[in-house]
Design a protein. Structure first.
Lengths: 356, 356
C-alpha cells in the first residue's frame, strides 16, 4: 500500500506530474533544451517575484546551499541558525575552509532582525545566510524584516534557504533583497527530489567573481556564465526528466494562482496549529510558526514511532521529531498539493489512534 | 516527432524504464529507501566486477569526478587526458586549488601504460585520473594495462571516468585496481541523466580521510560514512525517481547478460568502424577506438550540421565533432539499448542523404 506522505519532503506528487518524469529524452545541447530551461526560468521568476537570473542545479538543495556560501564569501559569513538545516550552512563553510561564524537561537525561536543587525554592525561579514523555513523546528523566519535590516549593509550578500517554503509561502526575492534564494523540487513545489533551483542577484554575482577557489560543479559563477553564453543550457548534463516535470508543475501552480496557493497553505497551517494547541502544544513560538509544516510538542508522551506505525497501516506517514527532538515532537507537513480535507482526514486518524 | 538519439548521452530510454521514473514517492529515511539503495549497490557491484562500496550521487558524472580528485589528492594528481573530458579533471583540480599536472596526448591517441609509468616514477603523485572512454575523440583507453602499471605504486589512488563506457564495455574494477570508478546514468546504462555512481576502494577511502578541505556535498568520505551508518541512505535527499529506474534497468541489464551486452556493443562498434573506414576515416587510432561511440573524420568535407538537420527530418540525431573538432568529425553513439538493426537503419539513411 502506498503511504500518503505528510513528511517535509519528499511529498506526494500528482500522477500527471509524475508522468512528466517519464518524458522521452532529448539532447541537452539542443534548442528544445534551451527553450525548456528558459521557460522554467521565466515561471520561477514569477514564483519568486524577481527579475534575477534563475539557475538550476542537478543536486539536492544542499548542493546549492554549499555553492552559495562557498561562491559568495570573500570575507566572512554570518550563519544564522534556528535548527539543524540552518546549522548545515555552517558545516558547509567549515568543510570548505570558508571563514564563518554561527549564530544560533534556542530551538523553537526565530532569527530576529535585531540579532542580524547587531551581528552585521561589527563590519566583519560580507555574507548572511538565513533559513526561511526550518523543518527541524517548525519555524518560519521573518525574512522580509531581516532583509530590511540587511539593506543597511550594501556590501552584504543575503543568502536564503527557501527549500521547504518556496511555492508554499510568498517569497518576494527582489522586494526583500534576497541575493541568492535557494529551493529544491521535493517540498512545496510537489515534485520528486533531484533538482535544486536558485535565483542570483548581480550583487551576489559580482561578489562571487572576486572569490577564488569556488570549485567546479557548485560554482555559481560558472553556472551563470554558461547559462548566458549557451542560452540557458548547463555546463553538465542536467536532469531533463525533472525539468519536464518542473515546467509542467509550474504551469499548474500558476494556474492555481500564487496567492490562492499561499492562502491554501496558510489555511492548512492554521488548522493544524489549532489542532496541536487543542491536543498537544506547538513546539515553535506561534507567531513564527511555519505555514508548510507544524512541529507538535509531544506533551502527552505518546510513542511517536508507534503512532506512525499505526498511521502506516491506514496509509499515512508523518515525521518524528528531528535529531535531538526525536519522540519529543512530531511533525506534520502541509505543503505542495496537500489539501485541507486530506489534513482533516489525517488528524481524524491520529485522534482515532490516540483515542483523543 | 521524437528524434532517436545516436548521441553520446542522453541516449534513448526504453518506455518501460522511463515509466519507472514516474514511480510514486517514498520517504528517503525509510527501510524501503534503504532496500532500494542496497539493491542498486549489489547490482552495480556485479556490473563493475567489484567488492568495493558503491555510492550514488545526485549530480551528473562531473560531480563525482570533482568529488574524487578533490577528496583523494593529498599530494598531487597526475591527470591523463586524451580529449576534453579528460582535461576536465584538471580544470576541477585547479578550481579547487588541488595540486595537479596535466598530461595530454594528441587527440585521437590513447594514454599508454608507459606514459603513466614514466610520470609515476617521479614519485610526485598520489592520484592518477584516466578517462576510460573519451567521447570527444572516440578513444577507449587501455585501463586494464594502465592499472597493471599503477599496481607498482601502492600509494597511488587510481580514479577512472567510465561515464560513457560502463554497461557498454567490460570494466573489472577489482582486477584492474581501480580505486574510484565513476559513471552516470545517461550513457550506456540507458537511463535519463541526473544520477552519478561510483565505487570506492578502502585505499581511496583511507587516502581521502587524510585530505583536509574535501567540501560537503561532494565529499566521498562523508557519503561513505553516512551509507555505513544509515544502511545505504544518503546525507541529502537523493533522486528517488532515478533510483527506481536504475534498479529496474540493472535487472534488465543482468537479464540480458553482461557478456552479451558487451558483445552487442562491440558488434555495433565494429560495424560502424567498418562503415566509417569505407566512406570516411576513423578519427581515433583504430586499435583504441571506442566500443560505445565512433568518431568519424569528415574526409568528404560534408556539412555535418546539414546532415544532422536532414537526419532530424527522418527522426534521427547524431553528434557533430566536439569543440575544436566541430565539422571536422561527426560522432555516432552506439550504446545503451541501441541495436545493430537500428545502427544499420541510421547508416543507410546517412548514405541516402549523402548519396554514398
Amino acid at each position: 500500500m502506498h503511504k500518503k506522505l505528510f513528511i517535509p519532503g519528499p511529498v506526494e506528487v500528482k500522477p500527471d506530474v509524475l508522468q512528466k518524469m517519464a518524458t522521452p529524452m532529448i539532447g541537452h545541447r539542443t534548442k528544445s533544451a534551451s527553450k525548456l530551461q528558459r521557460d522554467i526560468s521565466e515561471k520561477m521568476m514569477k514564483l519568486f517575484y524577481t527579475e534575477n537570473q534563475v539557475m538550476l542545479s542537478t543536486t539536492s538543495g544542499s548542493g546549492l546551499m554549499e555553492a552559495a556560501i562557498r561562491s559568495c564569501t570573500g570575507k566572512r559569513a554570518a550563519v544564522f541558525a534556528v535548527g539543524a538545516f540552518g546549522k548545515r550552512w555552517y558545516d558547509m563553510a567549515v568543510a570548505n575552509n570558508v571563514p564563518a561564524d554561527l549564530f544560533e537561537v534556542e530551538w523553537g525561536n526565530p532569527t530576529t532582525p535585531e540579532q542580524v543587525d547587531e551581528v552585521l554592525a561589527t563590519g566583519k561579514y560580507d555574507v548572511v545566510t538565513v533559513t526561511h523555513n526550518e523543518t527541524s523546528t517548525g519555524i518560519m523566519n521573518p525574512v522580509a524584516e531581516i532583509g530590511e535590516v540587511i539593506k543597511k549593509y550594501p556590501d552584504v550578500v543575503f543568502c536564503v534557504d527557501t527549500v521547504s517554503s518556496a511555492a508554499g509561502a510568498k517569497i518576494e526575492v527582489d522586494k526583500w533583497g534576497i541575493d541568492v534564494c535557494i529551493t529544491s523540487t521535493q517540498k512545496a513545489l510537489a515534485l520528486p527530489p533531484g533538482l535544486a533551483i536558485c535565483t542570483i542577484s548581480d550583487k551576489a554575482l559580482e561578489a562571487a567573481r572576486k572569490v577564488e577557489n569556488r570549485g567546479f560543479y557548485l560554482d555559481l559563477v560558472r553556472l551563470y556564465d554558461y547559462i548566458q553564453k549557451k542560452d540557458h543550457q548547463y555546463p553538465s548534463t542536467p536532469s531533463i526528466s525533472h525539468m519536464y516535470a518542473l515546467d509542467y508543475q509550474l504551469d499548474k501552480i500558476l494556474e492555481e494562482g500564487l496567492e490562492n496557493r499561499f492562502a491554501r497553505h496558510e489555511e492548512m497551517a492554521k488548522y493544524v496549529r489549532a489542532w496541536a494547541n487543542k491536543h498537544f502544544e506547538l513546539f515553535p513560538v506561534e507567531e513564527h510558526a511555519s505555514n508548510t509544516l507544524t512541529n507538535v510538542r509531544n506533551t502527552r508522551n505518546i510513542s511517536v514511532a508507534d503512532l506512525n506505525k499505526q498511521l502506516g497501516l491506514r496509509g499515512f506517514t508523518i515525521s518524528n521529531g528531528y535529531g535531538k527532538l526525536k519522540e519529543k515532537t512530531f511533525r506534520i507537513a502541509h505543503m505542495g498539493e496537500t489539501t485541507l480535507p486530506e489534513i482533516k482526514e489525517l488528524l481524524e486518524n491520529i485522534e482515532d489512534i490516540l483515542g483523543l
